[in-house]
Design a protein around this ligand. Structure first.
Ligand SMILES: *[C@@H]1O[C@H](CO)[C@@H](O)[C@H](O)[C@H]1NC(C)=O
Ligand SMILES: *[C@@H]1O[C@H](CO)[C@@H](O)[C@H](O)[C@H]1NC(C)=O
Ligand SMILES: *[C@@H]1O[C@H](CO)[C@@H](O)[C@H](O)[C@H]1NC(C)=O
Ligand SMILES: *[C@@H]1O[C@H](CO)[C@@H](O)[C@H](O)[C@H]1NC(C)=O
Ligand SMILES: *[C@@H]1O[C@H](CO)[C@@H](O)[C@H](O)[C@H]1NC(C)=O
Length: 735
C-alpha cells in the first residue's frame, strides 16, 4: 500500500501550467481598442445633456447600494457598479478567495497571475459587477505597512509585472480594473491626512513604474488615494492626474477617487478627477460631507468655473472604459448586493477556479530552510506527524464569522479590511496534510497556542513536528488585537515564538510553517538546531491546506521566492511607519534590497530567495543589443539575453531565473535592480534555454531635468541568478 494518496489530477494541472508559460489568457474577446471604445463613447455622450454627462461621474451615495459604489445612469448607459477587491469579490457568497497579491509576487509566475485575474474577472462579471477595485500596486516600503499583503512586494519591476498580468487577465474577462492607489499610500497610519513627500526621480523610478505598466496593459480606471503628495491631496493634484497620468502616461481611462478621497468640486475636476466615490450626500468621517459632483458640478459649469468640454471628457472616459472591456454587450444583470450578502448568495460563480488557487498557492510557497532534506516528507521517516498551532486549523466560530476579516482566529489565508473577501470553504493546513496521507500515517494535533507543555508532549511523540504561527495586518478602519491596520510589531502573533521554541525543544525534526502578511522577526528561534525546515506560504486563500501539502509531500517542487527582504534585525530596514503628518521618502529609490545592497547589510533571507528540492546550474549567458535610435519606443526591446538552465537534481522543477542590471555610474542607480525574470520548467537532468528581453525603459533612468527616460551611455552589467544575492552568471554590454 502506498503511504501517500495520489495527486495525479493536480500534477496534470500543474504540468499544463508549467509548460505553457506566456500562453494567452483563458478568455479574451471582450476587450476592444481604446480607439474603437472612444469612437463609440463619443457618439453616445454627444447626445447627452450637461446633467447626464455629470451623472456618470457622480457616485449615487454611500450605502445606497446595491454595490460599494454606483454611478447614476444616463440614456444608453446603465451606470456602473464598483466593488472590492483584490483577493475576490468582497462580501459575496459562493465566490472564490484567491491567493493574496503578495503571493502573486512570491510566485514570480506571470501565467498563473494572469489566470488568477481572468478567473476573478469571471466571478465579478457573473455577478454583474462592472468595476473591480484592484489591482493594488503600492510598494512594500515599510514592513509594518497594513496593506502590503494586497500588493506584490518591494520591487517596482516585480510589482509592475504582476499588475500588468492582472490588468490583462481581469479585463479579458470583461471587467474594468482600477489600478490603485495613486500614489505614496504606503502606510495606514494617518492615511487620510498624511503628506507623502518624494522627489521626482523616486516618483517615476519607484512608485509610478507600476502605473506605467498598468496603463500600457490598458487599465480602464485608476484610483487616486487618500493621502497628500507634496502638500496636495492626490485626488486634487493637477500634477499627478493631468500632467503625469493623462499627459505623460497617455492614460485613456478614468480617474476615480478612493472612498471619500475627493476634496473639492472645481479643483478636483479641473485637476483630472473624473469620478467621485461614493458620492456621499450626507456627512461622513473624512471630508466632512459633500456631494462634490452632481448639482454642484453642473452649477460650476454654469458659473464657468469648469468647462463643459471637461465634463464631456470625463463622461467620455468613463463610457469608453465600459465599451473597452465589452460591458455594452450581454452584460449579466447585477446579481449581488454588497449590503446584504444573502441576495443571490446561491449563485455559485466559482467554476474551476480552485485549480488556479491551489496551483498558485503551491507556486508561492517559499521554502526558506530545508536541512537534511527533511522535505519533501519521506515514507520511512514520516509515520507519525504532529500538527501544532491555531494557524493550522479553522476559526472555531465558523467560516466568515469576522466581517472584513476583523479578527484573526484559525489559519491566516488573507489580511483584514476592504481587500478581504469570504471563504466559500476552507481546506485548513491540518485538512490538507490529513487528506494527503493514508491510514498508515498517524496525525496528532493541537490548536492551543498557549499550552506549551501539551504542545511539547505532542511534538516529542512524533517523527516530524509541524508548528504553525502567523502575523496579520490590514486596513486602518479595523483594529485587531490592538493592531491599528499597520502591525505594531514584526514578531509572531499569539505566542508564536514560544510555541515554536517549545515544539523545537521537544522534537529534532521540527518544521516551522509561517502564514504572514510580510517579513517577520525570527530572532527568537531562527538558530534553534532542531528547526530543520521553514516553510513560508504567505496568504494562500481557500486552498491553503492543499497547496501546502503539495509542497510538503513533493507533488510540487517549490519555486516561490521572497518578494521582499527579511532582515536579520528589524532596525536594518531603511523605513518604518511614521506617526508624522509629513512623511518624506528620504531614502529615495533605496527601499528593500536596494538599501541592503547599497549599505552592504547582509539580510537573513534576501529578496528573491527560495529553495527547491533540486539544484540548477546556469551557463552560456549571452547578450545582444540593438542600436538605441530615436525610433525606439520605451517599451521596445533594447537588449536580449539568453542562457541555459540545467536541472542537476533528481526531480523536475521550476526555476525562477532573475535578471539584475548594474547601470553605468552616470545613471545614478542602485547597485543593481531586477529588470527581468522567467519561470522555467526544467525536467531532472535536462537543460532549458531561457530568453530575457530588456526594454528601453528597463535600461533607462528618469532624467529629472529633461523630464524623460534616458539610456545612459556606457557599460552595463547583467547579473543572472537564483536570488538577488546568489548570482550565477554575469556579462557586460555597452549602450
Ligand atoms: C515633490 O517636490 C519635489 C521637491 O520640490 C519635486 O522634486 C517633486 O517633483 C515633487 N513631486 C511630486 C509628485 O509632485
Ligand atoms: C455641494 O457641496 C457642498 C460642499 O461639499 C455640500 O455641502 C452640498 O450639499 C453640495 N450640494 C449639493 C446640491 O449636493
Ligand atoms: C451557495 O450556493 C448553494 C447553491 O448553489 C447554496 O446551497 C448555498 O447555501 C450557497 N452558500 C451560501 C453561503 O449562501
Ligand atoms: C467585528 O465586527 C463585528 C460586526 O461589526 C463586531 O461585532 C465585532 O466586535 C468585531 N470584532 C472585532 C474583533 O473587532
Ligand atoms: C506583536 O503583536 C502581536 C499581535 O498583536 C502580539 O500577539 C504579540 O505579543 C506582539 N509581540 C510583542 C513582542 O509585543
Amino acid at each position: 500500500m502506498r503511504l501517500f494518496a495520489s495527486a495525479t489530477g493536480l500534477l496534470a494541472i500543474l504540468s499544463v501550467l508549467n509548460t505553457s508559460v506566456g500562453a494567452a489568457p483563458t478568455k479574451s474577446g471582450f476587450e476592444i481598442s481604446w480607439e474603437e471604445a472612444y469612437a463609440k463613447a463619443e457618439k453616445l455622450v454627444s447626445g447627452w445633456t450637461l446633467e447626464q454627462k455629470v451623472n456618470v461621474g457622480t457616485g449615487s451615495g454611500n450605502e445606497q447600494g446595491p454595490c460599494e459604489g454606483n454611478t447614476i445612469a444616463s440614456p444608453g448607459f446603465p451606470g456602473l457598479c464598483m466593488n472590492d477587491g483584490p483577493t475576490g469579490l468582497r462580501r459575496a457568497y459562493n465566490t472564490s478567495q484567491f491567493v493574496a497579491g503578495i503571493n502573486c509576487g512570491a510566485s514570480f509566475d506571470r501565467e498563473l497571475t494572469r489566470q488568477r485575474g481572468a478567473y476573478m474577472g469571471e466571478e465579478f462579471r457573473d455577478k454583474g459587477v462592472n468595476v473591480m477595485l484592484g489591482p493594488g500596486m503600492n510598494m512594500l516600503r515599510v514592513p509594518r505597512g497594513g496593506r502590503n499583503w494586497e500588493y506584490a512586494g518591494e520591487d517596482p519591476y516585480l510589482v509592475s509585472a504582476i499588475a500588468e498580468e492582472l490588468v490583462h487577465g481581469i479585463q479579458s474577462a470583461g471587467v474594468v480594473t482600477t489600478s490603485k492607489h495613486l500614489i505614496g499610500n504606503e502606510q495606514e497610519e494617518n492615511r487620510y491626512t498624511v503628506d507623502t513627500v518624494m522627489d521626482d526621480k523616486t516618483l517615476h523610478e519607484m512608485y509610478l513604474l507600476p502605473f506605467y505598466h498598468a496603463v500600457e496593459a490598458g487599465t480602464a480606471s485608476i484610483m487616486c488615494g487618500y493621502n497628500k503628495v507634496n502638500g496636495t491631496y492626490a485626488c486634487d493634484s493637477d500634477h499627478l492626474m493631468n500632467t503625469i497620468l493623462k499627459d505623460h502616461l497617455d492614460f485613456k481611462g478614468f480617474v476615480m477617487s478612493d472612498w471619500w478621497a475627493t476634496h473639492s468640486t472645481v479643483n478636483g475636476v479641473n485637476s483630472g478627477l473624473d469620478m467621485t466615490m461614493p458620492g456621499d450626500a450626507n456627512a461622513d468621517s473624512v471630508t466632512g460631507g459633500g456631494l462634490w459632483y452632481g448639482k454642484n458640478l453642473t452649477d460650476a459649469v454654469e458659473r464657468g468655473d469648469v468647462s463643459e468640454e471637461r465634463v464631456t471628457d470625463l463622461a467620455t472616459r468613463i463610457v469608453a472604459a465600459w465599451y473597452k472591456v465589452g460591458e455594452d454587450k450581454d452584460y449579466p444583470d447585477l446579481r449581488f448586493n454588497y449590503f446584504d450578502s444573502n441576495v443571490h448568495a446561491d449563485l455559485n460563480v466559482q467554476r474551476n477556479h480552485k485549480e488556479n488557487i491551489r496551483a498558485q498557492g503551491a507556486a508561492s510557497v517559499v521554502l526558506l530552510k530545508n536541512e537534511d532534506n527533511i522535505l519533501p516528507l519521506k515514507q520511512d521517516s514520516a509515520k507519525k506527524l504532529a500538527v501544532i498551532g491555531s494557524d493550522a486549523g479553522a476559526d472555531p466560530e465558523g467560516l466568515n464569522k469576522c466581517p472584513d476579516a476583523n479578527c484573526s482566529r484559525g489559519t491566516l489565508t488573507q489580511g483584514w479590511g476592504s481587500g478581504s473577501c469570504y471563504l466559500p470553504y476552507l481546506v485548513t493546513p491540518l485538512d490538507g496534510i490529513t487528506n494527503r496521507v493514508d491510514d498508515s500515517v498517524e496525525i496528532t494535533h493541537t490548536f492551543d497556542d498557549w499550552n506549551l507543555e501539551s504542545a511539547g508532549k505532542l511534538a516529542a511523540d512524533a517523527d516530524i513536528a509541524f508548528v504553525f504561527a502567523k502575523s496579520d495586518s490590514g486596513e486602518m478602519y479595523i483594529v485587531v488585537d490592538d493592531n491599528p491596520g499597520d502591525r505594531n510589531n514584526l514578531t509572531l502573533w499569539y505566542n508564536g515564538d514560544n510555541l515554536i521554541n517549545a515544539v523545537a525543544d521537544a522534537n529534532e525534526n521540527t518544521v516551522v510553517v509561517i502564514h504572514s502578511v510580510g517579513p517577520i522577526d525570527m530572532n527568537a528561534w531562527i538558530d534553534h538546531p532542531n528547526i530543520k525546515a521553514i516553510v513560508w506560504p504567505g496568504l494562500p486563500g481557500q486552498e491553503t491546506g492543499n497547496s501546502l501539502a503539495d509542497v510538503l509531500f513533493g507533488d510540487y517542487n517549490p519555486s516561490g521566492r521572497l518578494p521582499y527582504t527579511i532582515a536579520k534585525n528589524i532596525d536594518d530596514y531603511v523605513a518604518d511607519v511614521s506617526p508624522e503628518l509629513e512623511v518624506e521618502y528620504t531614502e529615495g529609490v533605496y527601499i528593500g534590497y536596494r538599501h541592503f545592497d547599497k549599505n552592504e547589510i547582509t539580510p537573513l533571507y534576501e529578496f528573491g530567495y527560495g529553495l527547491a528540492y533540486t539544484t540548477y546550474e546556469y551557463s552560456k549567458l549571452k547578450v545582444k543589443t540593438k542600436k538605441n535610435s530615436d525610433g525606439l519606443k520605451l517599451t521596445d526591446t533594447l537588449a536580449s539575453a539568453s542562457l541555459f538552465v540545467e536541472n542537476t537534481g533528481d526531480v523536475d522543477g521550476n526555476e525562477i531565473v532573475q535578471a539584475y542590471i548594474v547601470y553605468p555610474e552616470s545613471a545614478d542607480q542602485p547597485p543593481k535592480q531586477l529588470r527581468g525574470f522567467e519561470k522555467v520548467f526544467v525536467e531532472a537532468g535536462k537543460k532549458q534555454k531561457v530568453n530575457l528581453d530588456f526594454t528601453v525603459r528597463d535600461l533607462s533612468y528618469w532624467d529629472v531635468v529633461q523630464q524623460k527616460w534616458v539610456v545612459a551611455s556606457g557599460e552595463y552589467t547583467l547579473l543572472v541568478g537564483h536570488t538577488s544575492l546568489d548570482i550565477r552568471q554575469e556579462t557586460t554590454f555597452t549602450l
